[in-house]
Design a protein around this ligand. Structure first.
Ligand SMILES: Nc1ncnc2c1ncn2[C@@H]1O[C@H](COP(=O)(O)OP(=O)(O)OP(=O)(O)O)[C@@H](O)[C@H]1O
Ligand SMILES: [Mg+2]
Length: 465
C-alpha cells in the first residue's frame, strides 16, 4: 500500500473516531438539556397550580385550572388522595392512566413535586406530579403531562442537523486528509525515486528545496550521497584510465624490445641492451603495482598501524642520517631545525615512509645547490613538521590535486624521474590514519613546503615503559 494512502487512512480513522465521539457527546448533551428543561418547566407549572389550589380549593379554581391547561400544549389532571379524578384538561387516555398509577410506587412525594415519567422515546408523555394540601385539609395530587410529540420532532430535526454537519465535516476532512498526506509524502516519494535513480547509476538527482526538519536532513543526505557516488565513480574511472595508460607505455616498450630481441641476426651487445631495457620497464611496472597494492590495502583499512611513543627530534634525525648521502650526491643541502623535547605517537616504519616520500620529492624537484629544510615545532598541543624546499614549486592550479592518485604536474619530467604520482596519496593516507593532517604551500620556481600536524603525546614521567 502506498505511504500516502496509509498515512491518509490512519489520519482519517483517527479524526473520524474523534469526530464521532464528540458528536455523540454533544448530541446526548443537547437532548438531555432539552428534556430536562421541559421537565423542570412542567414541574414548576404543576407547582404553581398546586399553590393556587392550596390557597382556595373550590370548584371554580379547579375549573379555572382545567380551562387554563386546555389552551396550552400541556395537560393537567387533579386527583384527590385516593386517586379519584377531580379535574382534567383532556380525556385521560391509557398512557396517562399508566402514569397516574405510577404515583403509588412513591412512598412520599416531596412538596416540590417529582418527575414520574421522563422517557421521551417510548412513552407518549413526560410527566410530573406535585402534592397539595388545602387549608380545608383536602389532600391530593396535581399531575402535569406534556406530549412527547414536539420533543421527538425537535430531536429528529436536531438529528438531521447533526447528520448534515457530520457529513460536511467528513467531506472537508477527507479533502484535507488527501492534501495533507500528499503534501507530507511528496518529499518521501521524490526521495524514493531519487534513490532508485541512484541505484541505477544515474546520479543527477533533483530533490525539492529541503526544509529545516528531519525530511530536509534526509534529502540533504541523499543529495550528498549522490554527489559522493558521482565523484567516486568518476574518480574510479579516471583512476582506471590512468593506470591503464601508465601500464601501456612500459608494456609497449617491453613488447617492442622483445620483438627486436627475437631476431636471429642480432648482435649480442644489442640483445643485452634490449634485455636490460625490458628488465627496467618490467621493474617499473612492478614498482607501480607494488604502490597500487599498498594504496589498495590502505583503502580497505587493511593495513595496521603499530603506534609507539617516539621523541620526534630523534626520530627525524635518524631519517636525515639515512637520506643525507643521497642529498649530498645530488648537491642539495639538507638542514634540520628541532628545539622541541616533544613526543608523538606514531608507527615508525609508516612514518619513515611518509618522510622518505616527501624528502624524495623535494630532492627530485630541487636543483643543485638549493637547500631543503626540515623543521619541527610545537604549537599548543600540536607538533608541526615542515619540509621546505627551494625547488621548482607547484603551479597554484595543480595544488588542489597533488594528493590525488596518479596525479603529476609535469608528466614528461616525472616519467624521467620515475614517479607514478602515487607518493603523496600514500603519504596522505598514512598521516590521516595517524589522526594527523597534511597540507601544502607552494610557489612556482620558488619552492614548496609540506606541513604535517600531529597531536603531541604528553610525557608522563612516572610511567614505567
Ligand atoms: N617538493 C615538490 N616540489 C615540486 N613539485 C612537487 C613536490 N612534491 C610533489 N610535487 C608534484 O606533485 C606530484 C605528485 O607527487 P607524488 O609524490 O605523488 O608523485 P611522484 O613523486 O611524481 O611519483 P611517486 O612519488 O609515486 O614516485 C609530482 O609529480 C610533482 O609534480
Ligand atoms: Mg613522490
Amino acid at each position: 500500500m502506498k505511504i500516502s494512502i496509509k498515512l491518509g487512512l490512519w489520519f482519517f480513522i483517527c479524526i473520524f473516531i474523534i469526530e464521532a465521539v464528540s458528536m455523540f457527546y454533544l448530541h446526548q448533551n443537547v437532548v438531555h438539556t432539552l428534556v430536562n428543561e421541559e421537565l423542570t418547566s412542567l414541574k414548576s407549572r404543576g407547582n404553581s397550580h398546586r399553590d393556587v389550589l392550596e390557597n382556595s380549593f373550590d370548584k371554580d379554581t379547579l375549573h379555572h385550572i382545567q380551562l387554563m391547561e386546555s389552551q396550552t400544549d400541556t395537560e393537567v389532571v387533579i386527583t384527590d388522595k385516593s386517586g379519584k379524578i377531580l379535574a382534567k384538561s383532556k380525556v385521560v387516555d391509557k398512557s396517562m392512566e399508566r402514569i397516574i398509577e405510577k404515583r403509588v410506587n412513591y412512598n412520599e412525594i416531596p412538596k416540590n413535586g417529582v418527575i414520574i415519567q421522563s422517557d421521551w422515546e417510548i412513552e407518549e408523555y413526560i410527566s410530573t406530579v406535585s402534592p397539595y394540601q388545602s387549608k380545608e385539609n383536602k389532600i391530593g395530587y396535581v399531575y402535569m403531562f406534556k406530549s412527547n410529540e414536539n420533543i421527538q420532532k425537535f430531536i429528529s430535526n436536531l438529528n438531521e442537523h447533526f447528520i448534515l454537519a457530520s457529513i460536511l465535516i467528513l467531506f472537508f476532512m477527507l479533502i484535507t486528509t488527501i492534501f495533507l498526506s500528499r503534501a507530507l509524502t511528496k518529499p518521501l516519494v521524490s526521495m524514493k525515486n531519487a534513490t532508485r535513480k541512484i541505484s541505477k547509476g544515474d546520479f543527477s538527482v533533483s530533490l525539492p528545496i529541503s526544509s529545516n526538519d528531519e525530511l530536509g536532513e534526509l534529502s540533504n543526505s541523499i543529495r550528498k550521497l549522490a554527489n559522493d557516488l558521482n565523484y567516486l565513480t568518476k574518480e574510479r574511472n579516471e583512476f582506471l584510465a590512468s593506470i591503464s595508460h601508465e601500464l601501456r607505455t612500459p608494456l609497449t616498450y617491453i613488447k617492442g624490445y622483445a620483438d627486436l630481441g627475437k631476431k636471429n641476426n642480432l648482435a649480442e651487445k644489442d640483445r643485452i641492451n634490449y634485455l636490460s631495457i625490458i628488465y627496467e620497464e618490467a621493474d617499473h611496472v612492478n614498482k607501480l603495482l607494488e604502490e597500487l597494492f599498498e594504496l589498495a590495502k590502505m583503502d580497505e583499512n587493511n593495513f595496521s598501524i603499530k603506534k609507539e611513543k617516539i621523541k620526534i627530534c630523534e626520530f627525524m634525525k635518524s631519517i636525515i642520517r639515512k637520506i643525507e648521502p643521497v642529498y649530498k650526491s645530488k648537491g642539495v643541502q639538507l638542514d634540520f631545525i628541532c628545539n622541541e623535547d616533544a613526543y608523538v605517537e606514531i608507527d615508525p616504519i609508516r612514518f619513515e615512509q611518509v618522510c622518505f616520500n616527501l624528502l624524495d620529492n623535494s630532492l627530485k624537484y630541487s636543483d643543485i645547490h638549493s637547500t631543503t629544510t626540515i623543521e619541527v615545532k610545537k604549537r599548543g598541543n600540536k607538533i608541526i613538521i615542515l619540509i621546505r624546499d627551494q625547488g621548482i614549486g607547484i603551479p597554484s592550479e595543480d595544488l588542489p590535486y597533488i594528493f590525488d592518485r596518479l596525479y603529476r604536474v609535469d608528466k614528461s619530467r616525472s616519467r624521467l624521474t620515475g614517479g607514478f604520482g602515487l607518493g603523496l596519496s600514500i603519504v596522505k593516507e598514512i598521516v590521516n590514519a595517524h589522526g594527523g593532517t597534511i597540507s601544502v604551500d607552494s610557489k612556482k620556481n620558488e619552492g614548496t613546503c609540506f606541513k604535517i600536524t600531529l597531536e603531541e603525546k604528553k610525557y608522563e614521567e612516572c610511567l614505567i615503559n
